[in-house]
Design a protein around this ligand. Sequence first.
Ligand code: AMP
Length: 288
Amino acid sequence: MIQVFTTLKEILHARSSRDSSASIGFVPTMGNLHQGHLRLLQEGLKHHEQIFLSIFVNPKQFGPQEDFLKYPRTLEEDLNKISTLLSLPDYQGKDVFIFAPKDVEEIFPPGFSSSISVGEITKKFCGKSRPGHFDGVTTVVYQLFSLISPHTAYFGQKDFQQVLVIKKMIQDLSLPVQIKMIPTVRQENGLALSSRNQYLNTSEQEKALVLFHTLKYIADLIGKESWQKAKEKVQEFISQTLQDSAWEYLEVCQQKDLSPPADNTHQLVILGAFRLGKTRLIDNILIN
Ligand code: AMP
């Protein structure tokens, strides 16, 4: 069964009247759900008695020139997708509580003036090209954690830097929430699912594959040898690739904090951001 809350009052009432022994999972989203979001929800449904999913296009994480106004808002279709999922034998009898604030003021009431800013890790990669983006993310996620009080929150590896930023916020502020990162769900051709893929026309969809193919090529180079042996080749390949101005960044870093890898680093992540017209796509591959 699905229950939808659209106001702050309703969600606070649901929090205060729920069974305090129930384990609560939470999936924050901006809606326009696809199989990537649904994987997070499925994982949550497996592990918790109650699962909350929020649908909120958060203005604070969009820059002034970004796509906040045109971001796809498809609540009815989203609810249908969740109902369809709940009709599968694995999930029958399960409840999903949706928090879909009817307007921005339900989350950020007039006069709201607080902000959570995590520091260092928010300044590079996506944070560099989208100033203030991660402050917007952490502020809304902190607010949603306060309203829902989940035990575990589910995030996608697709936004790997975001996962690190949220984990750092939780650590710094001693929040009682566990984070689970779910692997990226892709189309058969490798393109990571994203709500922004629908901005792409057919030829851009083809070109978008460059992002995954490039990350994969680098992953194969490192996988065959080790970072220490592959690094010169990889760095040469990356600097050639970056000559194409469609690339915003492409880099190999340490998984733990996105710092440059040392020769003996085993847990690496290859991160890339690629622009196609006005659409900006990000992706990453982990190497363990
Ligand atoms: P969004 O609605 O784009 O803010 O995404 C909500 C959550 O879904 C975030 O934790 C994303 O990382 C995650 N997500 C988005 N796309 C994918 C994907 N292709 N595979 C797995 N998780 C995803």
